[in-house]
Ligand binder design. Sequence first.
Ligand SMILES: CC(C)(COP(=O)(O)OP(=O)(O)OC[C@H]1O[C@@H](n2cnc3c(N)ncnc32)[C@H](O)[C@@H]1OP(=O)(O)O)[C@@H](O)C(=O)NCCC(=O)NCCS
Length: 210
Amino acid sequence: MSRPRVKAPIRTLRDVHRPAILRHLLDLGEDDRYLRFGYAAHDGQIRRYVAGLRFDCDEVFGIFNWRMQLIAMAHLAYMIEGMGQHTAEFGVSVSGHARGRGFGNQLFARAVRHARNEGVRKLVIHALTENAAMLAIARKGGATVERDGPESQALLVLPPADFESNVTELMDEQLARSQYYIKLGRHRVRRWWRRLAGWGQLMVRRRPGS
Ligand SMILES: CC(C)(COP(=O)(O)OP(=O)(O)OC[C@H]1O[C@@H](n2cnc3c(N)ncnc32)[C@H](O)[C@@H]1OP(=O)(O)O)[C@@H](O)C(=O)NCCC(=O)NCCS
């Protein structure tokens, strides 16, 4: 049964989000790590990958739930090819419990729009041929997929940026950031309430005669 699809608030991630990114990736099972990185990345390799993320050069996008857990993320890594042609590589992961809601598709669409606005002309996705979900997202987004045995490469030639792509990205980012801070505020208030409740119970237990 397909799950309801809602527009997710996708925001750009920064250095401060490294711990959330690490938790999200470490939570991926062995098979998912294999699909995401092309090899069964162990914890140490994931830690190195996260430590090496270059937020000043590349772009990382994420979706947080109400518990402020990062449940989906995408990494757009820029490469300059010969003749100065700008190319970017797209990688994505969605937590197991959040799949099938369109987050993968939406992160792809967001990355495509951002890449266009940054003047990127080609988007590349390296995926294992068995990765039907990733290849479905790429095809749906207009990419052509070339299969080379167990590995496939999806290629999407991007149209230049226009007014619509710039305004839409700006608005999406603003909306996602406001939702992020609302979630963060609610999360902190709930944490304080839980702590207060804990202290309250401790005081009652310590009261002589109680
Ligand atoms: C690939 C991945 C990101 C998809 O995330 P998701 O949020 O479930 O993706 P969506 O819900 O947006 O859509 C998935 C699409 O794949 C399709 N799909 C899923 N499983 C499929 C399968 N076995 N065969 C064919 N299509 C499949 C879905 O029907 C959907 O297509 P639709 O939009 O036309 O309905 C997620 O499965 C994941 O994190 N996998 C592990 C990491 C990985 O493989 N990363 C990609 C390599 S970079």
